[in-house]
Write a protein that binds this ligand. Structure first.
Ligand code: AOF
Ligand code: ZN
Length: 351
């Protein structure tokens, strides 16, 4: 993927949403496009999640999504789907969550596919900030006489592809912190050997979160105390996230799991030049979402330097015998989600 630094105004001018009165039906179509896009979660990075619905005479005739890296783009999959079902796409409207691309990348341009298919109108949720697209997809379609409308459910689409958007803008990963505490906010029970204290179902959710992250980071002390694997095991995955261990004094044991289980680990020793430089380096590796799993001093460093985008607090109902209390300064964050993972209460804070 080609990404260059382009002036900010280019970025903001490329996609100015049309002010439209969208109908309930149109909302429904775009909502469905967002839903099918979810099917690619964890499989398309560094590409965004994208969904597409084709509608003809008020009926949904086909749907498609970007399913995996190197696979068809959403629009092309939807066109295929229509063909397979025996529908003529001529005159249909496409509802697509991202501005169609106009470049030959891992796949040929979606703009051409839409034109060949005889699509007469394209409704787009969100512009594509990728410098090789940025408004060009829209102008190519418009110049070919296709009616283009933009901005339907733009915010929902932005939320769905927030890591991609964040990375396009900052060239750094979106940073998610996950921390588990007992009922009193203790992060560890010092009376016990290392170990996890959350429920099995909660752990499954953590593995789902890991699968959605390109990299997982811990400090050396976590490796020394817990010897964790930091892999995705409880749910299916084709790819393991990159593990990153910050260990400037080279303290972890050479037989630690992260160094010996055959999966990739970046062990940052004297090549560690601070968190910001590390995030730049991860951005260059196309890492779009980084999960920071601990421990408290590593998390505090990320927070103190203003480098956290999302903070997931997992609260168990057990009580540590010998608590290690910790407090995290979440000034500037707002509570965005409250949910439950297994037996644990989960609160998600974002900026
Ligand atoms: C679309 N529809 O479904 C997606 C798009 O390397 P490629 O060929 O897969 O292109 C990747 C870029 O294309 C990606 O960075 C983003 O700008 C756009 N993704 N575009 O028209 C899709 N996934
Ligand atoms: Zn495309």
């Amino acid at each position: 993927m080609l990404l260059s630094l382009v002036a900010d105004e280019l970025m903001s001018n490329a996609f100015s949403a049309t002010t439209m009165d969208w109908s309930a039906k149109q909302h429904e179509y775009m909502q469905r496009a967002i839903e099918v896009a979810e099917k690619g979660r964890g499989q398309v990075r560094p590409n965004p999640l994208v969904g597409c619905i084709l509608v003809k005479d008020g009926e949904v005739i086909a749907e498609g999504w970007h399913d995996h890296l190197g696979g068809l783009h959403a629009e092309q999959m939807a066109i295929h789907d229509a063909e397979e079902k025996g529908h003529n796409t001529n005159g249909a409207t496409a509802y697509v969550t991202l501005e169609p691309c106009n470049h030959f990348g891992r796949t040929p341009p979606c703009t051409e596919a839409l034109l060949w298919a005889g699509i007469s109108k394209v409704v787009i949720a969100h512009g594509d900030p990728n410098p090789i697209v940025r408004g060009i997809g829209i102008s190519v379609l418009e110049n070919a006489g296709i009616d283009v409308e933009t901005g339907l459910l733009e915010e929902s689409a932005a939320t769905q592809m927030r890591e991609f958007l964040h990375w396009c803008e900052n060239r750094r990963p979106y940073v998610t912190v996950k921390v588990a505490v007992d009922v009193n906010g203790s992060v560890d029970d010092l009376s016990k050997d290392a170990g996890r204290f959350t429920s099995e179902d909660c752990l499954k959710e953590v593995h789902r979160l890991r699968k959605d992250c390109c990299a997982i980071l811990v400090g050396a002390n976590t490796v020394i105390r817990d010897n964790p694997s930091l892999t995705v095991r409880l749910i299916e995955t084709e790819k393991q996230p990159l593990r990153i261990v910050i260990d400037p004094n080279n303290k972890i044991k050479s037989n630690s799991k992260v160094l010996n289980d055959g999966h990739k680990t970046k062990h940052l020793t004297d090549d560690f030049r601070g968190l910001e430089a590390m995030l730049d380096m991860l951005g260059d590796l196309e890492i779009q979402r980084l999960l920071v799993e601990g421990g408290p001093s590593t998390i505090t460093k990320f927070l103190d330097q203003g480098l956290v985008d999302e903070f997931i607090l997992v609260q168990s109902n057990i009580t540590h015998e010998s608590p290690k209390l910790s407090s995290f300064d979440l000034t500037g964050f707002t509570k965005s989600v409250e949910t439950v993972w297994g037996e644990e209460k989960v609160t998600i804070y974002t900026r």
